[in-house]
Ligand binder design. Structure first.
Ligand code: NI
Ligand code: MN
Length: 233
């Protein structure tokens, strides 16, 4: 399995069975992403919420590649009206795509579809637990503040092995909260995200690494540069 950070909250995951999953495909307008949207051929696109820095190039990609879009119910209704194949779901539910189980979990954030001229309600913002064919569980937290269910629902029920957590502050958790979240969730690996895309969310990831090292030395922080990958197996 290979996980590539495309900058901001966008991740490209290739599973052992070669399923290509793209999470939060903010590509063409993403200042930290050097990949051209035309290069990407995902099988599945997972969208955590309706904000343009996450919804991104979803429609262009789905149109060009025929990728199925997994998102919340409200966004799926919008996408269906535009003629796209979308799998709508909601917090607490799971779906299965070719041996990969995708569960939508809570996040504390908002989700208006701010890319539409007349901004439309976009349901609830969410995170995803993605259980791969080999049983490894990936938690993409989406945009979120810290919330208590990270130590109960996320850790006790879903037990993620790898967690992508936002550390940018202002719109999401900052390094301080994310380090506490790391302790609560207790995965093997954390990949920080949603920082240094814009001046408003500038952070030094070393500060986050340091906080995690002090509070939970068992968790390995894998800080990637946009375009870099973390690989297992
Ligand atoms: Ni957002
Ligand atoms: Mn965001």
């Amino acid at each position: 399995m290979v996980i590539t950070w495309l900058g901001h909250s966008a991740f490209w995951i290739v599973t052992d069975e070669n399923l290509k999953i793209l999470i939060d495909p903010f590509i063409s307008n993403n200042p930290s992403c050097s990949v051209a949207v035309e290069e990407l051929r995902p099988d599945v696109i997972c969208v955590t919420h309706g904000h343009s820095d996450h919804f991104g190039d979803t429609m262009e990609l789905a149109h060009r590649t025929g990728a199925v879009v997994v998102c919340n119910h409200e966004e799926s209704v919008y996408l269906s009206k535009q003629g796209f194949e979308a799998i709508g779901m909601n917090i607490g539910g799971s779906i299965k795509i070719q041996g990969v189980k995708i569960t939508m979990v809570n996040s504390t954030h908002s989700s208006d579809m701010d890319f539409i001229e007349e901004v439309a309600a976009g349901g609830s913002a969410a995170g995803f637990i993605i259980e791969l064919e080999n049983g490894r569980r990936i938690y993409h937290a989406g945009d979120t503040g810290i919330f208590g269910d990270m130590k109960t629902v996320i850790r006790d029920i879903y037990r993620p092995d790898i967690a992508m957590l936002p550390i940018g502050d202002r719109f999401t958790m900052g390094p301080f909260e994310a380090a506490i979240a790391a302790e609560w969730i207790n995965p093997d690996v954390i990949i920080p995200m949603h920082y240094n895309t814009y001046p408003e969310i500038e952070q030094n990831p070393l500060e986050f690494e340091d906080l995690v090292r002090r509070s939970n030395p068992h968790v390995k922080v894998v800080t990637l540069q946009p375009g870099q990958s973390y690989q297992e197996g």
